[in-house]
Structure formats: C-alpha cells, structure tokens
Design a protein around this ligand. Sequence first.
Ligand code: FAD
Length: 520
Amino acid sequence: MEFALFCTRVNVLIVLLLALCSPCQFIQSPIDFGPLDLLQTTNTASLDFGRIHFNSPSAVLRPQSPKDISVLLRFLSASSYRKVTVAAKGAGHSIHGQAQALDGIVIEMESLPSSIEIYREGQGEAAFFYADVSGGALWIELLEESLKLGVAPRSWTDYLYLSIGGTLSNGGISGQTFKYGPQISNVLQLDVITGKGELVTCSPTKGSELFYAVLGGLGQFGIITRARILLQAAPRKVRWVRAFYDDFHTFTKDQELLISMPELVDYLEGFIVLNEQSLHSSSIAFPAQMDLLPDFGTNGNSKVYYCIEFAIHDYLSKDTNVQQVVENVTRKMSYMPSYIHIVEVSYFDFLNRVRMEELSLRRIDLWDVPHPWLNMFVPKSGIEEFKDLLMANISPDDFEGLILIYPLLSDKWDTNTSAVLPADRVVYVVGVLRSAKPSAPACGGACVSDILRRHRLVAEAAVGPRIGAKQYLPHHSSPAQWRGHFGRNWIRFATRKAQFDPLCILGPGQGIFQKSPLNL
Ligand code: FAD
C-alpha cells in the first residue's frame, strides 16, 4: 500500500515536471495530482505578508510526509530540468517574496502533518526537556502544547504565528534573545532534506556542517522537516513593565543596564514613540492606560519619546517576591519620573501579545496591507548615528506602525550558523515595521515605493564602514550586496551551497544564487 502510494507520487512528479515544461498544455487537461496542485493554490503561494512581491510558481506541493519532499528534490537534482527551482513556504510572513519561486515549485510546509512531541531527558538537577516539532508547525502550537506540561521554549519571536522552519531559517529574535540567544541558538537537532533530496538528521555533533548551514541559512541548503527545540520550566505569570524616556542616550543606557542583569530580567525590548497612534497601537495587549505623554510637538517640530519594555517571570513560588525584584530593578533606571507602568499578565497572554494587535488591525482592515519593513542589526558603536539617519528619513506625523529598538549580546549567537551579525558585543535590533494605510491619508503604490526607496538609502548608508550594520531578514538586489552582507563568511556560505544544493534549486526568492552555473 505504502509502496503503491510512493510509486504514484513518483509518477506525479514526473508528470509535474513535464507540465512545468509546457504549462499551457497542462492547464487544458486537469488531472488529479494528489499532493501536487498546479492550478488552484499558486495564488496563495505568490503572496506574503509584505504584499510587495507577487511571484507566481508553476506548481505547489502539499507534502503529506518528508518523503514527498525528498522525492521531488531527488528527481529535480538528478534530472535535466535544470530551470526548476523550489521554495519552502512556512507561514508566508516574509516581506520581500523570500518564500516565493517564480515559475518554480512552492512547498507548503503547513501540509506536513503537524507533530509536536515533548520529552524529558536525564534525572534530578540534570533533567531537561525538549520538543520534536515538524518544520511547518507554528510557534503558537508549540507554546500551547508545551504549556500543558508546564514547559516552554526559552527563546521566542514577538509574533507566534510563524513557522518553526521559517524563523530557524532566519534567526528568531525577541526580548529573550539577550539572555538565551536567538531561536537558532536553542535547537538541539534537525531533520533536513538537502537540495539533493537527501534526508539527514543533523546536530552539533552529527552532520554539523549541514546543521549550522541551515540555521539562519535563508532556506538555501535544505528544508527543515523537524526540529528539536530546547525547553525550560514555564512561569505562570509575568510582571510586564513599561517606562518612558525623552532622551535617546538615557533610554539605551538603561536598556544596556537591564541586559547586564540576566539573573533578574527575563525579557527586554523597547520602541520609539513617534506619535499618539504609535503609542496606542503598540499598547493593545498592555492592560494599562497609556495616554499620558506630555507633548508630541507640532508640525515641523515633532518631539519623540522612547519606551523600555521589560518583563520578569513569576513562578508563583514562595521564595521569590517578584514585586520586590521589579522595584530593585526599576530603582536603578533613569526613566522620566512617574512615567512607568507595571502590570501582571499570564505567561501565555504575554507571549501571544502581538496576536491581540493583529486582531485589532484586522478589524480596521490594516493587517492585509503592504508592509514595507526594514530590520537592521546595528552595533552599539553606531546606534546614535543610525537613529539620526533613520529619523532624517521618517516623518513622525504620518508614520503608521512601530519602530522597535533593543539590544542583544552577540556572544549568545553561535558563529558556526549562517546568520550574520555586526562585530560589537552589544548589537541593537532596529525594526521599522510600517503598514501602508489603504484609506485617508492613503499610502498607495507610489507611497510604498517611496518608503522602500528611503529604507534602501538608510540600509545602504548603515552597512557602510561608519556604522557597520547588517540587515536582519536580509533583502539585497545584487550579488555584490549579498557578498557584502556575508562579508568574510561569504566563502563559507557559498561552499555550503555547493555542498548541499549544488544545482541551486532551493530558495530562489532570496535572490542570492542564480540557478546553475554556480557562482562561487
Ligand atoms: P516564510 O515567509 O514562509 O519563509 C521565510 C524563509 O524561510 C523563506 O526563504 C523560506 O523558503 C524559508 N523556509 C520556510 N520554511 C522553511 C523550512 N521548513 N525549511 C527551510 N526553509 C524554510 N522575526 C523575528 O525574528 N522576531 C520577531 O519578533 C518577528 N516578528 C514578526 C512579526 C510579524 C507580524 C511578521 C510578519 C514577521 C515577524 N518576524 C519576526 C519575521 C519572521 O520571523 C520571518 O519573516 C520568518 O521567516 C517568518 O516565518 P514564516 O514561517 O512565515 O516564513
């Protein structure tokens, strides 16, 4: 039975490949293609959160098992269909078409049967928990499942409706990163199907080159079908604090103070408060009245504020007085006197806070709109200059969205992975998360292009030697820019590509490699 199914799928793949060579002919003769869908779903496969690029594939694969993916990639890499490319699509929350494959095949990872298994290893003090999760599962699913056993991953993203494989292909960062490193520093093992169709289980000690290549690898080396994620005891509640500043230097000094206290602080982020709207839209999940900032100035003379957001886990144990810990920490900070709010929420609601913002934005039709986002890693040495550069390219009055700024520690990142960071030990994440409003004052096509142009100017200036920044979730338009992005790691990146995906089948939407000949 299994064998018959397998054979059917191989046949399906062969027909698919023939169809890719003559799509018109195929459209005239619809056939049942099992997990392969050539017509109905290519529209969704050409769409992502950015709504800026819409590259249609010729086919969509909805795998029922990792074997389906392996069969496809083995066939493509052994055949002469050298033009066919393949992109894995997780939750499709990329901005610049990174999970798209123009005229190629998109593999919808959510079709893989979702599987989350939680294990405990070792005894007593040495015991630890981990989860084996399928690559297309969402982080919210892992949270819900692991909390049933009182455990949870250590490192998160702000938004949890992202796929495991999608964030591990980038980094996966949030307010816990300063303490535990990014999500790619919290993975014990992976199942990967390489560009050659080989199904490999890899870890830091077995197949380590593939393991590290895939983490932060932008989908270039293989498709993650399963990940083993480290877990820890989950707190029941969280003390969530917001403190406001009117001076950038004081704001960043306090952020750096907080990340120097990992034994007390469990989460740290921060954002620029550009206007009333940005304060309210970023406070939907924060259960305190936030309309208190003194004055945003008038046209041409805008004043901005800064908000530090930190959190302390509460395990509800008798030994720790969390309120006392909060007081000890805040006493050392230099926020605007009395501009501080402290609330208590459940751990689940805290981690899932962006979902509330999503639902609120959906209600006013502001979620499914273009998102011209820019994410940068900026070394501490250049953060003041970067902030000035950014602000010179932004008009606070009509800014729709949020600007996140918070520090990480680069020594929590494993340099063997494919992710790249600036050289400083303290590195700031700056996320310019803009929405293009469809209604008055509307931000239409020209407006989105203008925002993207300004982001390019900011990014190009920032990656220069004066500031030395790197893009996160990078988007570059030329081979020279990609080489510059990886810097001294470029040779390693290209060598790994030649080893694991020599025909450059995978990840065409990133635009790093052209299909053969391989450009080393
Ligand atoms: P997709 O967009 O589907 O894919 C992204 C890339 O990964 C593509 O190149 C794709 O081919 C590849 N890929 C996908 N699945 C696999 C797989 N199984 N194996 C190999 N390659 C694969 N990021 C953060 O780090 N921190 C945040 O706090 C954060 N918040 C966000 C909030 C929102 C609202 C949004 C839209 C994005 C946010 N991101 C954040 C960015 C997000 O982590 C990346 O865009 C991530 O790639 C999204 O995951 P996805 O499943 O949607 O990936």
